[in-house]
Design a protein around this ligand. Structure first.
Ligand code: KIV
Length: 325
């Protein structure tokens, strides 16, 4: 476990990071298990993105995602983030958690936008919200910020406008589109956004916007000139072999690794090698009680808590050791 202990990431931390020219690392997560791991890895911001509709639900776009779903996923991510530090760092987790406003949760009226943003904060326990769109949302951003809800903007390739854009296409390639994006970024920054996602636009345009506005920019398919970067966690980990857009760098190939592990499990179940004695209860061995990463108590097989042989840090999380062949 890399030791990234430190004070909680806030709106002020991120503003300071821009001033200090320190890059911001953001990733999506949708459940407690990934939230715990990405927090332990030292990520600055966890985005509970409406991309959940695509990568978790298997839909073609993000449009059907509902407020109830976003609240549910935010709650799970907050629990995982909070559990990340109970073993290694003391308490609470470090990353800021941002809840994404789904399609039609804020487009109808400012009032509806405020009510739904409030749900992500109050019920979902997110610490900021993100919304797609430009200058047309200045009033909503202003109102939310005045209520005390930090807002992350999102311009460029905005997936909720997929039908308007005619597909998931890079934006801002011609001069008038580029000018509109610059105006949008400035309007959102002036309205009080504490950061803005720049998605799917030419690198030089994103760099120009980043220099032009005070708040940090977080890029995805927008080049290295942004103040930070975001990727969808399943893309970063290589969970989908058939999805390989130019802007995604794979840091692992989990599709292969997951399949290989499951194939081995299937083989061992069919061959009767699993469960062996190490993974079975006997009436003589006292049940060992230990805390799960989420605070409840469960019994494990055998006497001692098992440790991950590869873990470098304080391994309090029960990780089953693979049966030796
Ligand atoms: O929903 C999402 O994951 C996003 C990021 C890709 C920025 O909006």
């Amino acid at each position: 476990m890399s030791a990234q202990a430190g004070p909680k990431v806030t709106v002020q931390t991120l503003a300071q990071m821009k001033r200090d020219h320190r890059k911001i690392a953001m990733v999506t997560a949708y459940d407690a298990s990934f939230a715990r791991l990405v927090d332990q890895a030292g990520i600055d911001i966890i985005l509970v993105g409406d991309s959940v509709g695509m990568v978790v639900e298997g839909r073609d776009n993000t449009l059907p995602v509902t407020m109830d779903q976003m609240v549910y996923h935010c709650q799970s991510v907050v629990r995982g983030r909070d559990a990340s530090s109970t073993n290694a760092f003391g308490s609470g987790g470090r990353a800021q958690i941002v809840g994404d406003m789904p399609f039609m949760s804020y487009q109808v009226s400012v009032e509806e936008g405020i009510r739904n943003a409030g749900r992500l904060i109050k019920e979902g326990r997110a610490e900021a919200i993100k919304l797609e769109g430009g200058a047309e949302y200045s009033e909503l951003v202003h109102r939310l910020v005045s209520i005390g809800i930090p807002v992350m903007g999102h311009i460029g390739l905005t997936p909720q406008s997929v039908h308007q854009m005619g597909g998931f296409k890079v934006q801002g390639r011609d001069a008038s589109q580029a000018q509109r994006l610059k105006n949008d970024a400035r309007a959102l920054s002036d309205a009080g956004c504490y950061s803005i996602v720049l998605e799917g636009m030419p690198s030089d345009l994103a760099t120009e916007i980043t220099k032009d506005i005070d708040c940090p920019t977080i890029g995805i398919g927008a080049g290295v000139g942004c103040d930070g970067q975001v990727l969808v966690i399943y893309d970063l980990l290589g969970m989908n072999e058939s999805f390989r857009p130019k802007f995604v760098k794979r840091y692992d190939n989990l599709a292969v690794r997951v399949r290989t592990a499951i194939e081995q499990y299937v083989t061992e179940v069919r061959g009767g090698q699993f469960p062996d004695e190490d993974h079975s209860f006997s009436k003589d061995a006292p049940a060992h009680k230990m805390t799960t990463p989420y605070g409840s108590v469960r019994a494990t097989a055998g006497g001692q808590p098992e440790r991950d042989p590869d873990a470098s840090g304080a391994a309090c999380i029960p990780i089953p050791i693979r049966p030796k062949k």
